[in-house]
Design a protein around this ligand. Structure first.
Ligand code: SAH
Length: 231
């Protein structure tokens, strides 16, 4: 269902909540979110809410997609790495803003669905990989921008290594207080500068790739493996 009234309402809501970047708002307007949600939720595709997708995951709330994309400060020549393809929605929004998007997902089923959506939309500047995103995509590094759409226990060191100088990463990170916060990391000539943005709620970033794709749910977060931190 292409709901033009719903699209206009969502864009107005995003503006009302402080999203100003016209390129970001345009990219959201042009990306049919209804294509990225399950049939049962099509009527809510343009609501400003997160929705369930397969494999126990979620498509992020449009406001959070807009907020993170705005904070990425993208430019048309950028190469961007995304960890957590999920439905593919965030990658599709980015694909309208930058030269090339590299997106990594650990669930094969989600990745295959997302690839079909990219093809349907004619988005040919998205490369996908089935892998554990903690390791990044070394062969394609460095990246101008990195966006992580699952909550990490700590900022994975490999991702800092793969962020170009001058680059920006936006990533949700667990805090010791039991909530997550969105962190913006800038790679300056003097090192990594961290800025705390807003409290958020993302599904956890898990280790490894599920062996059996018929397993409906991920293991609980406490089984996440340890990762080195830096930055
Ligand atoms: N960006 C997505 C939202 C993703 S939800 C969208 O626009 O729909 C978070 C996704 O991160 C889930 O699909 C989950 O499977 C994936 N994920 C979690 N840990 C991961 C890891 N270590 N590597 C790659 N993907 C991961």
């Amino acid at each position: 269902m292409s709901d033009s009234a719903g699209i206009v309402r969502l864009i107005m809501e995003l503006r009302h909540h402080g999203i100003q970047d016209r390129r970001v708002l345009e990219a959201i307007e042009k990306t049919p979110r209804d294509l990225f949600v399950e049939d049962a939720f099509k009527a809510h595709a343009w609501d400003d809410t997160a929705l369930p997708i397969s494999c126990g995951q979620t498509i992020s709330q449009p406001y959070i997609v807009a907020f993170m994309t705005e904070h990425l400060e993208t430019a048309p020549q950028h190469r961007v790495l995304e960890i957590g393809t999920g439905s593919g929605y965030q990658a599709a929004v980015l694909a309208r803003l930058v030269r090339r998007v590299f997106t990594i997902e650990r669930h094969r089923h989600l990745l295959e669905q997302a690839r079909r959506r990219f093809a349907m939309l004619g988005l040919t500047n998205i490369e996908t990989r089935l892998a554990d995103g903690h390791k990044g995509w070394p062969e394609a590094a460095p990246f101008d921008r990195i966006i992580v759409t699952a909550a990490a226990a700590r900022v994975p060191e490999a991702l800092l290594d793969q962020l170009a100088e001058g680059g920006v990463m936006v990533i949700p990170v667990d805090t010791p207080h039991g909530y997550q916060e969105l962190v913006k990391i800038r790679h300056t000539p003097h090192g990594f500068e961290r800025e705390r943005l807003i409290p958020v709620r993302f599904v956890p970033m898990l280790s490894g790739v599920p062996r059996r794709e018929d397993a409906p749910e991920d293991p609980p977060p406490e089984r996440r493996g340890p990762h080195k931190e830096r930055g």
